[in-house]
Structure formats: structure tokens, C-alpha cells
Design a protein around this ligand. Structure first.
Ligand code: HSE
Length: 308
């Protein structure tokens, strides 16, 4: 029987992951968008944000822009009510726009029984991502859609691959409450890089993939460096160097900026108790009057999924 409504969960994600600027990301457990997409009479898209402020003009909302692009492709001109509930803050560097865009097209594909593969849906989700950041990069969209770590070789059409990772790896997200817009964080980056930077970046990307696949924590830590964005963007994040130092003192398996920031992420082994570390980081921000939140979770290997 054809359904009138569907609810899905689209996870938040960490993109760039050190040397993978614009081409590498992974999905998070326990953080993301819960989206209910319902058919409605007429042709209009109505947006119902729950507990979060989002643009309600369908031309300016990443979810409905992606949804429109997908519906144009499948030739569906009916209306929808789209209820978007987020348990994290948009603009934090955790792929909020990707979660909404992926969630909308995935839900529509299920509801309309259109039969597209997850890889095929990425193109339409990227139309939403494009609205948010002014650029077609799939390093949040692809892991949100597919789950786990995903490396992107091209966006249109999507070509990429999932990377195996140690199951004993967990992530700490550190989110200081300072605003950074992705478009601004892209605007400060130089247009060109040197041969030396390109070589270092490639070497670190190769090292990171090898470290993930072989569960070599030392190689992951030593490879988790970025030549292209982090040196410029870290200046936008208060206490960046101090937070990195604290994470390493607590045996982090690598540390860097999550996406365009201000969130940062650090890998740890699952049995590492991070209570003291979190108190120490919180203290750093308290002295500057900045609120700081944390999210500690495993890596989401499933990607976007149907709830009911
Ligand atoms: N790769 C992107 C960037 C992710 O760093 O600008 C943020 O959308």
C-alpha cells in the first residue's frame, strides 16, 4: 500500500577529517535531523521546523531545494509538508545542511517509491548543499547518505568509496558557541597552494586511509593534519590550540576542525573516559565567557535510515 507519510533520521557528519578537505567525511551516531515528509494536496511545499530556526521559504531552505530538484527529476509535482526536527545547531560545522538535504531526498525516494540508489540521490542532495555553502562538495552529504567514512572522487555524478575503520574508535565533538558561516570560512582560504603543501596533503590522506583500514592509531594521529583550510580557519575558533593540546594529553587519536567549524573533533579509543577532559575544556571556555557543548559517540555506519 502506498504511504502518505514517512519519518527518517539523517545523521550529522564531520567533514574534511584533517587532510580530506572537501573529499572526506564520516557520519555520527545520536545527532542529526528527524524528518517527517507527508504528501499534501496542491503543489506547495510547507516547512515545519521543530525546536530550531530554519528558513520557511521553500526557495531558501536546503531541504526543499533538494526535494524540488529530486521531484523535478522523477516528474512528481505534488505538494509536501516537511517537518524538520534537529537535535543540534545549524552552522556548527556538523553538516546540518547535508542532513536536511539528504533526509528530504531520501524520504521522497522512499515515499514515492522512485527506486533511486543512495549514490544516485547524492546529486539532488548536493543541490541543497549548494544553497548553504555556495559550493558542490559531498564530504557531508555522502557520509550522511551512505554511513561510515566516505571518500569522494567526484560529485556529479557521485563517485566515491567507503573506508573501513576501527570499531573501537569513538569521537568527541567539541562545540564552542561562536558563529561561523561555511561561506565565510571558505572565503578566507587561499585560491592556490604550493607543491610542498599538495605533497604533504596527499601523503597525509594516504596515511589516514591506511591508518583507518589497518586500525593503526599512531598512523591516524600522525596523518590527521590539513594544509589547505585548518591553518587559516583555526584563527576563527577561540582556544583552538589549547583544546588540541588538552585532547592530545588525554591520548586523542587525532584532532582537527569539524567541517568549517567552529566545532572540533577528536578521535579516542572507546574505553578512554573523557569526563576530566571535558571539564578542562569547559573551564577554558568559561574564562572567555563562551558556552561549550560536547557530543561523544561512535561512528554511524548506516547513514540515513527510515524510522517509520
Ligand atoms: N568541506 C567543506 C568546507 C565542509 O570545509 O568548507 C563544510 O561544508
Amino acid at each position: 500500500m502506498t504511504k502518505d507519510s514517512i519519518t527518517i533520521f539523517a545523521p550529522a557528519s564531520v567533514s574534511n577529517v584533517g587532510p580530506g578537505f572537501d573529499i572526506l567525511g564520516f557520519a555520527l551516531e545520536g545527532m542529526g535531523d528527524t524528518i517527517t515528509l507527508s504528501r499534501r494536496d496542491g503543489a506547495a511545499y510547507i516547512i515545519d521546523p521543530v525546536g530550531v530556526e530554519l528558513p520557511e521559504d521553500p526557495e531558501k531552505n536546503v531541504a526543499t531545494v533538494a526535494l524540488r530538484s529530486f521531484c523535478n527529476a522523477v516528474g512528481y509535482d505534488g505538494g509536501f509538508l516537511i517537518r524538520i526536527e534537529k537535535n543540534f545547531t545549524p552552522g556548527s560545522g556538523l553538516g546540518s545542511s547535508a542532513s536536511s538535504a539528504v533526509g528530504a531526498v531520501f524520504a521522497a525516494n522512499e515515499l514515492l517509491e522512485a527506486g533511486y540508489s543512495r549514490e544516485e540521490l547524492i546529486t539532488y542532495a548536493l543541490d541543497g548543499e549548494m544553497l548553504a555553502s555556495g559550493n558542490r562538495h559531498a564530504d557531508n552529504v555522502a557520509p550522511c547518505m551512505l554511513g561510515g567514512f566516505v571518500a569522494v572522487r567526484s560529485c556529479d555524478p557521485f563517485k566515491g568509496f567507503q573506508i573501513a575503520y576501527p570499531k573501537a574508535l569513538k569521537v568527541l565533538i567539541i562545540f564552542p558557541d561562536v558563529p561561523i558561516q561555511t561561506a565565510d570560512a571558505r572565503g578566507i582560504l587561499p585560491r592556490e597552494v604550493s607543491m610542498n603543501q599538495a605533497i604533504k596533503q596527499s601523503a597525509n590522506m594516504a596515511g589516514l586511509i591506511n591508518g583507518l583500514v589497518t586500525a593503526n592509531y599512531r598512523m591516524i594521529r600522525e596523518s590527521l593534519h590539513d594544509e589547505l583550510a585548518q591553518p587559516y580557519r583555526k584563527k576563527l575558533i577561540p582556544n583552538y590550540d589549547a583544546v588540541e593540546k588538552l585532547c592530545h594529553q588525554h591520548e586523542a587519536v587525532g584532532f582537527n576542525i569539524s567541517g568549517s567549524g567552529p566545532a572540533m573533533f577528536a578521535f579516542f579509543q572507546v574505553d578512554n573516559d573523557l569526563t576530566v577532559l571535558k571539564e578542562e575544556i569547559k573551564g577554558l571556555y568559561q574564562t572567555k565567557g563562551i558556552a561549550c557543548r560536547f557530543h561523544e559517540s561512535g561512528i554511524n555506519g548506516r547513514g540515513v535510515e527510515v524510522l517509520n
